[in-house]
Design a protein around this ligand. Structure first.
Ligand SMILES: Nc1ncnc2c1ncn2[C@@H]1O[C@H](COP(=O)(O)OP(=O)(O)OP(=O)(O)O)[C@@H](O)[C@H]1O
Ligand SMILES: [Mg+2]
Length: 372
């Protein structure tokens, strides 16, 4: 099911101060059918608000939401065919796992074609039978691999198991769209890794169009077919995760993706050359201007004849890599970081470097937009 979001806007009024919050600001994205999309951005950028508008829990101030051809903007949440999973699993503590998963089916009315005595075909809405419900619960429990836990209460489960129950409960109604809001935040590091692989597998097996909200860039990049990077309620870039890393549209996106983060330097273009301080780095046929230069930590090459020189503060050896923390007077941060192979010979005090062109980005000094 393709999801199309058109000019979606949510403004929260603040009655006390009179100031309004533009939580989501003219968002336009199309989510391809059957894909897993990561919605990524810093705290408060409008991720949850976007998800709740898609689910129908919040109504937009402006804009429209389409599931395929259906305009669902004004449709009640229970009529949209969505499955929702939150950060806190919100399972019913007094019910068993089986009962928790079955719960959404209990009031569900299914359309069934039946023939009347006169041979006329009519649609009959009826509740599912106990046996039908049980069949569905077991099917979905198998999918998320919790069949052996069906008789337990939520308090007898680990966090990861509880989250799987929550996912099963969201899937049991066979939703058209699965919406997950930071579903892994309450898990420890190892379980997060495991559960995100699980979510990916379940999504592949079911083929349900899925939106996965997170502020964790690594999580988003590892799990998503495409990511949407948001800031201040505005979509900054939507692309294949690797493409967003390798080809960011602006300085915000470049900084948001990558650990350790990209290094940023004040620089300028003068006589068609890019300068940091008085060192000319490379040619760029553009008018003279102040710019910001971003270099990924892995974007440096040690070279005695390098164009870029810096003073080494310290050197960290971490397994495969060596991190050199160095200073340059034109660095926007206090210092910057270079990552090279562990077997590289590192000089003691001063280091000369060259820059890899595909790891070096130029940005407009004022707007932060990428200059190509
Ligand atoms: N009910 C509300 N009333 C007023 N402002 C709100 C309301 N809900 C959210 N906001 C504001 O809207 C903005 C976006 O909030 P939202 O919860 O969508 O952010 P988020 O990206 O999900 O952040 P996080 O990563 O912290 O969950 C924030 O500035 C928030 O304070
Ligand atoms: Mg949120």
């Amino acid at each position: 099911m393709e999801i199309k979001i058109s000019h979606l806007t949510k403004i929260f009024p603040n009655k006390k101060t009179g100031e309004e919050v533009r939580a989501v600001d003219d968002l336009n994205i199309t989510i391809p059918s059957g894909k897993l999309i990561g919605l990524l951005g810093p705290s408060g950028c409008g991720k949850s608000t976007t998800l709740y508008m898609i689910s129908g829990l919040l109504s937009p101030t402006e804009g429209q939401i389409f599931f395929g051809e259906d305009d669902v903007t004004k449709l009640a949440p229970e009529k949209r065919g969505i499955g929702l999973v939150f950060q806190n699993y919100a399972l019913y503590p007094h019910m068993t796992v089986f009962q928790n998963i079955r719960f959404p089916l209990e009031n569900l009315k299914r359309a069934k074609e039946v023939e009347t005595e006169t041979g006329e075909k009519i649609t009959n809405y009826s509740k599912m039978s106990k046996a039908e419900m049980e069949e569905e619960v077991i099917k979905v429990a198998k999918l998320v691999q919790i069949e052996e836990l069906l008789d337990r209460k939520p308090s007898q489960l680990s966090g990861g198991q509880q989250q799987r129950v929550a996912i099963a409960r969201a899937l049991v109604k066979k939703p058209r769209v699965l919406l997950l809001d930071e579903p892994l935040s309450n898990l420890d590091a190892r379980l997060r890794l495991q559960t995100r692989e699980e979510i990916k597998r379940i999504q592949r097996e079911t083929g349900i169009t899925t939106i996965f909200v997170t502020h964790d860039q690594e999580e988003a990049m590892s799990i998503s077919d495409e990511i949407v990077v948001m800031n201040f309620g505005v979509s900054q870039q939507m692309d294949d995760p690797q493409k967003v890393y390798e080809d960011p549209t602006n300085m915000f996106v470049a900084r948001f993706l990558g650990t350790p983060p990209i290094n940023l330097f004040d620089g300028e273009i003068k006589n068609e050359k890019v300068y940091i301080g008085n060192e000319a780095l490379f040619t760029k046929k553009l008018p003279d201007q102040k710019i910001k230069i971003g270099v990924r930590p892995e974007g440096f090459i040690l070279n005695n004849l390098g164009v870029f020189s810096a003073d080494i503060d310290f050197v960290e050896r971490i397994g495969r890599d060596v991190s050199i923390i160095a200073k340059h007077e034109n660095c926007l941060n206090e210092s910057f970081r270079v990552i090279v192979d562990a077997d590289s010979a590192i000089p003691a005090k001063k280091v000369k470097l060259n820059l890899k062109p595909n790891k070096t980005f130029l940005f407009d000094y004022d707007t932060g937009e990428r200059i190509k």
